[in-house]
Design a protein around this ligand. Structure first.
Ligand code: PMP
Length: 360
């Protein structure tokens, strides 16, 4: 089999051990004679799978008893609507921090349901930094404050959890499980699975219990968090295979020292890659201000854009794939989520230096 290092932003690389485990039990899960894909979501076997997945995620993030863990269908885009529908009443004001592409989409959707106050925006600075928290213009009585902890396309990441009197809501799609977080500070955390958790089609929500049961009248049943909570994430047929894969990833992470272990590896990987960019004498550059550089998504440009195609081709020849930046920003982007091994980042850094020597 061709071995590559896959730098895709998502769906992204999954741990090799997890893929092999899934392969070995694909057609016969634990002697049941069935694939997880073929099982009833209400049967004994799948009940064990989802119960363990939830317990393992609770352990990994030290989710307090005050918060429910939900396995929801659909991507994070569903959450952009579910958040205002469930947490804001008609006419309420909600605060959003705009740090880039995904914040903007969340804001656009929220505007359909609530009065959105942009508490802070990094747009003037081309989203190269997180606006200083001291300057945020918060509403007096916002139903919640929403932010995106890691902008997957732009590559800016919050190095801290914002303080908020209003219920704190966070899109953690692209950095959940990459570092320890204090879940008790949040009313709601949500994350599409396809970066650090598992295959796409599954979204995790971690919601404080007292926020359940507040969906505004007219909210579609499937978009009401309390419906999913009451049914233990089995209101409808959930993405069972995705939940199973997420469970394998959670077990893998627990074996690797949990999120603290993941954080240590992520710091090392990101440092190597940014150092390679920063010491290239301008051959490569990354526009993001250092304190806000993402540990998960490293965007970089070649000073001479006419070399982009050659860079990508040469990378592919060395088994370094999916490095092309998002179509909206161009350049390159290396996504180095939990499942990207250190060796993959080292191989990319070696290639980048070699490419500089041959083209610089
Ligand atoms: N938020 C962030 C931070 C993302 O990176 C993405 C997808 N890349 C989304 C939201 C949207 O997720 P989905 O496509 O699963 O709806």
């Amino acid at each position: 089999m061709t071995q590559v290092y896959n730098f895709s932003s998502g769906p992204a690389v999954l741990p090799r051990e997890v893929m092999l485990a899934a392969q070995s039990e694909l057609v016969d899960w634990h002697g049941s004679g069935m694939s997880v894909m073929e099982m009833s979501h209400r049967g004994r076997e799948f009940t064990q799978i989802i119960t363990e997945a939830e317990a393992d995620l609770r352990k990994l993030l030290a989710v307090p008893a005050s918060h429910r863990i939900l396995f929801l269908p659909g991507g994070a885009h569903f959450q952009f609507a579910m958040v205002p529908l469930n947490l804001a009443a008609e006419g309420d004001t909600v605060d959003y921090v705009n740090t880039g592409h995904w914040s903007k989409i969340a804001i656009k959707e929220a505007r359909r349901y609530a009065k959105v106050n942009i508490a802070a925006s990094g747009e003037e600075g081309h989203f190269t930094a997180i606006p200083d928290e001291a300057d945020w213009q918060r509403s007096d009585n916002a139903a919640y404050l929403h932010y995106c902890s890691n902008e997957t396309i732009g590559g800016v990441e919050f190095p801290y959890i914002p303080k908020s009197d209003a219920t704190l809501v966070c899109d953690m799609s692209s950095n959940i499980l990459s570092r320890p977080i204090d879940v008790s500070q949040f009313g709601l955390i949500y994350a599409g699975a396809q970066k650090n958790i598992g295959p796409s089609g599954l979204t995790i929500a971690i919601v404080r219990e007292d926020l359940l049961g507040r969906a505004r009248p007219g909210t579609p049943t499937m978009l009401d968090y309390s419906v999913h909570a009451e049914a233990d994430s089995l209101y409808n047929t959930p993405p069972t295979f995705g939940i199973y894969m997420a469970g394998l990833v959670f077990k893998w992470l627990l074996e690797q020292g949990g999120v603290a272990g993941a954080e240590a590896r992520n710091i090392e990987k990101a440092a190597l890659l940014y150092e390679t960019v920063d010491t290239s004498a301008g051959f490569y550059s990354c526009p993001i201000e250092k304190p806000f550089r993402s540990r998960m998504n490293v965007p970089f440009r070649l000073a001479d854009e006419s070399l982009d195609d050659a860079f990508l081709e040469g990378a592919k020849a060395r088994g370094l794939v999916q490095l092309k930046g998002h179509r909206s920003v161009g350049g390159m982007r290396a996504s180095i989520y939990n499942a990207m091994p250190l060796e993959g980042v080292k191989a990319l850094c070696d290639y980048m230096r070699d490419f500089t020597r041959s083209h610089g």
